[in-house]
Design a protein around this ligand. Structure first.
Ligand code: AP5
Ligand code: MG
Length: 219
């Protein structure tokens, strides 16, 4: 089997990780593994996991490393991840980064893309974000009228995420600085980190990412 294409997408909340990963899955024929999407799906399904984490998600806190590491391990064991994955929202602590190394073994992380966007801009983006409750498609509040509040892809209800309220946004961004920003130095030391300007159109950001992946001979 050829080496796996394991790409990590880092960035503040609202930097565009989900937006970019959804655009790149077809290009590289690897799945997006979004721990946030997996956790929100569990909350929506009312499963034991969902009941355990719903309060943490709503307040903008972080779910335990142990639980998230286990979710990613299970997800990576599914067939569609045999060629690699786009990791969205994972890892976001040093403990998770070390767990990912252990999980990937010799294949390892191939590239870490850091979507760089200012705190003011991500705060504005999160406040105006809307998402499909069924399939996770991402919209902005200005799109809602045109789509009459229902998802163009699946017809699901388009809603505001519970953690996109001002207090939860502040908490999430504080946690980013405390727990996730140290990962930039962690990956930079290994020569894996590439910072991409996230304050461009989604199309321009995708083009910049594709260029880096290609320059590194990864795809
Ligand atoms: P998660 O779902 O990962 O949320 P997050 O980290 O807060 O990141 P976001 O999804 O808010 O931002 P994004 O970068 O994906 O931005 P998006 O593309 O949507 O996690 C949710 C929660 O789950 C966590 O708070 C935690 O409780 C738990 N959790 C998840 N993973 C965990 C882990 N590993 N460990 C512990 N707990 C974990 O874009 C945002 C908006 O901007 C959208 O409206 C979009 O349309 C717009 N936009 C995007 N790009 C552009 C652009 N280029 N120009 C203009 N607008 C843009
Ligand atoms: Mg996201």
């Amino acid at each position: 089997m050829s080496a796996r294409l394991n790409l990590v997408v880092l960035g503040k909340q609202g930097a565009g990780k989900g937006t970019q990963c959804k655009r790149l899955v077809d290009d590289y024929a690897i799945p997006q593994i979004s721990t946030g999407d997996i956790l929100r799906a569990a909350v929506k399904a009312g499963s034991p996991l969902g009941k355990e984490v719903s309060g943490v998600l709503e307040s903008g806190g972080l779910v335990s490393d142990e639980l998230v590491n286990k979710l990613v391990l299970d997800r990576m064991n599914q067939d569609d991840a045999k060629r690699g994955a786009l990791f969205d929202g994972f890892p976001r602590t040093l403990n998770q980064a070390e767990a990912l190394d252990a999980l990937l073994g010799d294949d390892g992380v191939k590239l870490v893309l850091n979507l760089d966007v200012s705190t003011d801009l991500v705060t504005e983006r999160l406040s105006s974000r809307r998402v499909c409750q069924e399939c996770g498609t991402i919209y902005r509040d200005s799109d809602i009228e045109a789509i009459s509040g229902t998802c163009e892809k699946c017809g699901g209800d388009v809603i505001q995420r519970a953690d996109d309220q001002p207090e939860a946004i502040r908490k999430r961004l504080d946690l980013y600085e405390r727990d996730t920003a140290p990962l930039l130095a962690f990956y930079e030391k290994r020569g894996l980190l590439v910072t991409v300007n996230g304050d461009q159109t989604p199309e321009q950001v995708t083009t910049a990412i594709r260029q880096v992946v290609s320059e590194r001979g990864l795809a």
